[in-house]
Design a protein around this ligand. Sequence first.
Ligand SMILES: [Ca+2]
Ligand SMILES: [Ca+2]
Length: 253
Amino acid sequence: MGFDPNDEVALAAFRQAYASSPTSGFVGPWNTGTTIGGKLDDGGGRVRLLRPGVMVEDEGAEPFRPYYIEDAIEWNDDDGWPAAADGGGMALLRVQPHDRGNLALSWAAGTAFGEVDPIPSLPGYDVWASEIFPPGFPDADKLAHADPDGDRVTNGAEYAFASNPLEGDAGASVPAVSVFEDRFQIEFRMRASSPLRYTISRSTNLLDWSPIDESKFDIVSDTPAGEGIAVRRTVRFNAPLSSALFYRIAVTP
Ligand SMILES: [Ca+2]
Ligand SMILES: [Ca+2]
């Protein structure tokens, strides 16, 4: 919080402004490294959540309590961070509570303590969701950012990579990497007969990503998988292996 939660007047005013907030578990005031408390910056900043450890009392030394980093975020108003939270009144919310760190994609704009702003779903998602989830399935669990089977693959990704949103089968949607002679290969699942586009990007630092032009790799094979709903594609890069790189696959309409 931006103030000391032991300040009862400030806490009461906060609870009145944000009626849907939790009633306990407040920590504050936050310390951004340069300022203590107050408003966080729409343009970017950094906050770490520290967990207190057990008091250390060594003889002859001043007792102290160690603190461990539980989570840290360094946010921005660019580079894929949700634009609606850049001074537009929205808050930054985790898409999944178990996500960690500053990956922009793991944050969404939404109302404070409320629902995340619905993420635009991919073409065909709504039809897929209406067919795959059984009658009476909670609406909130059908959303593209939900993960009702708890396998850390959102429904949107289960759709795009043709895995099962009702079964912990994360392995099916994880791309596999291999080396053929001195060429690097990536094998990944795609949804069969769909208009989705699968783009491979590369990065040296997991922060800056650039799409790889299709002329830079060959599609070696497209093999039917998942009883016809998926295609397993293998691509082989034209350049020989060099230094360490990170790759990711983005799915867009
Ligand atoms: Ca899932
Ligand atoms: Ca799944």
